[in-house]
Design a protein around this ligand. Structure first.
Ligand SMILES: CC(C)(COP(=O)(O)OP(=O)(O)OC[C@H]1O[C@@H](n2cnc3c(N)ncnc32)[C@H](O)[C@@H]1OP(=O)(O)O)[C@@H](O)C(=O)NCCC(=O)NCCS
Length: 159
């Protein structure tokens, strides 16, 4: 059952738009995976900190797949939102799409899920405010986040 209290998802959504320039690409003119991961981490961290109003550190990044190359000159649109807060940790979802400015075509290229932990000045985890999902999509992501967290924590115990 989704919450009726807490901070709305809409209050901490972050969008970033980047044009892919030569320094962002490999020899084939494709966006470097590492550059995209950096942008994903930054938008996700910004959403986490906007939600908690505290410093948040990256605890884990779920599997990330690259289905479509993003080319030199294309525009990358990253949208991050807080899917759910647990106790001190939060799941942030980042949707990545690319846009061709000459044709106007947009394509979804990646979805990433990251876990951030809110910390105090001594680096100790502190409670994060609950998330209030409002739209149907937000409620679905809120529910699915619990399943993904279970998988993640099982995985964490094996190491
Ligand atoms: C992330 C960190 C703060 C967790 O600290 P910890 O002492 O392990 O704390 P806990 O075991 O109490 O875990 C705190 C929360 O993090 C979650 N967590 C810890 N490791 C996790 C992982 N690998 N994946 C998902 N969640 C994780 C726990 O489930 C817990 O969540 P909850 O409070 O919502 O239930 C600590 O490991 C750390 O500082 N890591 C380095 C972070 C970093 O440098 N990141 C890169 C730069 S930002």
């Amino acid at each position: 059952m989704a919450r009726t209290t807490g901070k709305p998802v809409s209050a901490s959504i972050v969008e970033r738009t980047e044009m892919v320039l030569p320094n962002d690409t490999n020899q084939l003119g494709n966006l470097l995976g590492g550059r995209l991961m950096h942008w994903i981490d930054i938008v996700a961290a910004t959403a986490a900190m906007r939600h908690t109003n505290h410093v948040c550190v990256t605890a884990s990044v779920d599997e990330l797949q690259f289905h479509h190359a993003i080319r030199l000159g294309e525009v990358v649109v990253l949208k991050a939102s807080v899917n759910r807060a647990f106790r001190t940790s939060l799941e942030i979802g980042v949707r990545v799409s690319k846009e061709n400015l000459f044709t106007g075509e947009r394509m979804h290229t990646n979805t990433a899920y990251l876990t951030f932990v809110a910390i105090d000045g001594n680096g100790r985890p502190i409670p994060a405010p609950p998330v209030r999902p409002v739209t149907a999509a937000e409620k679905r992501r809120y529910r699915d986040a619990a399943r993904r967290r279970e998988f993640r924590l099982q995985h964490r115990q094996r190491h």
